[in-house]
Design a protein around this ligand. Structure first.
Ligand code: GRG
Length: 298
């Protein structure tokens, strides 16, 4: 089967997942409408939709139907959007700008932003549990469990705690930073890659390969993020830059320096794509995603 150009595939994925989230996040009548408007603001705002794209690409390896894959893609994007809303709050990063627009708590207010994050996190699991996601309840249950582990204290929430405690700890070493980032951003990226394997009831070796790809991709993504924080501008990235240094945080870039961090990201891209060699199916989009992750400017 012909593979569409990377840009087209990424933008089609973004349109399709946005169309589904638009249908799933419905503003009701009554005073609770405000929190749903904030959920829509956070989830449907501009963004790369990288995690949904990874779900769709990994699902594509196993011939999974588009609707089921989109359900899982929408769920992971909702969890991602929630994490950004909560991360931007005054009690955490205290950011005013996200995706080139006021952050959710600036557009609404702190309490509404907290509730909007809670609403998105909760809705994600409702979506995974819907029969549209997969006909087999055991598959839906496996997706729910995997996303809970990735998003919760064993994954993103644990990583965020670690990150908050890492402020003013420029002494943290590369091993500690790697663990922190694997939890904070890597776990959700890993879920996105593994979701296709769960939906497609993929064999063990395929899941191991996807996990390896996701691990290297997640670290490459984070190094690219650290480089953008040093070298990018708010116009490019749509968010404040220089925040890591201002918070006295150790990062891959503060420890390795820019040239070695860039070389490490390249090495991780090469390692990530090597994991894909076991697949007979076309892995071109996943290979190009690894390049995109380190070459992106936002
Ligand atoms: C609040 C529980 C909780 C967790 C927050 C992921 C996270 C943990 C915070 C985000 C802070 C941050 C900027 C981390 C760096 C990596 C990252 C997740 C960047 C944003 O993801 P992109 O680049 O964003 O995929 P878009 O806007 O394209 O969706």
């Amino acid at each position: 089967m012909d593979v569409p150009p990377f840009d087209v595939a990424l933008s089609d994925a973004a349109s399709d997942v946005d169309a589904l989230m638009d249908r799933l996040i419905v503003v009701p009548e009554g005073p609770e409408a405000r929190v749903v408007e904030a959920m829509r603001y956070a989830a449907l705002g501009p963004g790369k939709r990288l995690r949904p794209f990874l779900v769709l690409c990994s699902a594509g390896l196993f011939g999974v139907g588009r609707r089921g894959a989109l359900q899982a893609a929408a769920a992971v994007e909702m969890v991602h959007a929630y994490s950004l809303v909560h991360d931007d709050l005054p009690a955490m990063d205290n950011s005013d700008l996200r995706r080139g627009r006021p952050t959710c708590h600036k557009q609404f207010d702190d309490a509404t932003a907290i509730l909007a994050g809670d609403g998105l996190l909760t809705l994600a699991f409702e979506v995974l549990a819907q029969p549209h996601t997969h006909a087999d309840p055991a598959v839906r249950c496996e997706l729910v469990t995997a996303l809970a582990v990735a998003a919760g204290n064993q994954g993103m929430v644990g990583g965020q705690m670690f990150d908050l405690l890492a402020e003013h700890r420029p002494d943290l070493d590369i091993g500690a930073i790697t663990r922190l980032q694997r939890l904070k951003t890597g776990a959700l990226i890993a879920f996105s890659c593994e979701a296709g394997g769960i939906l497609g009831k993929a064999p063990h070796d395929a899941r191991v390969a996807l996990r390896g790809y996701a691990h290297d991709l997640g670290l490459a993504f984070q190094i690219a993020d650290d480089l953008l924080d040093v070298e990018g501008s708010p116009d490019q990235t749509g968010k404040p830059v220089g925040q890591d240094a201002a918070a006295g945080k150790a990062t891959f870039v503060s420890i390795l320096g820019v040239p070695r961090a860039r070389a490490q990201a390249e090495l991780l891209v090469a390692q990530a794509v090597a994991h894909l060699d076991i697949f007979d199916a076309n892995t071109e989009l996943l290979r190009q995603t690894a390049r995109f992750v380190v070459e992106r400017r936002a």
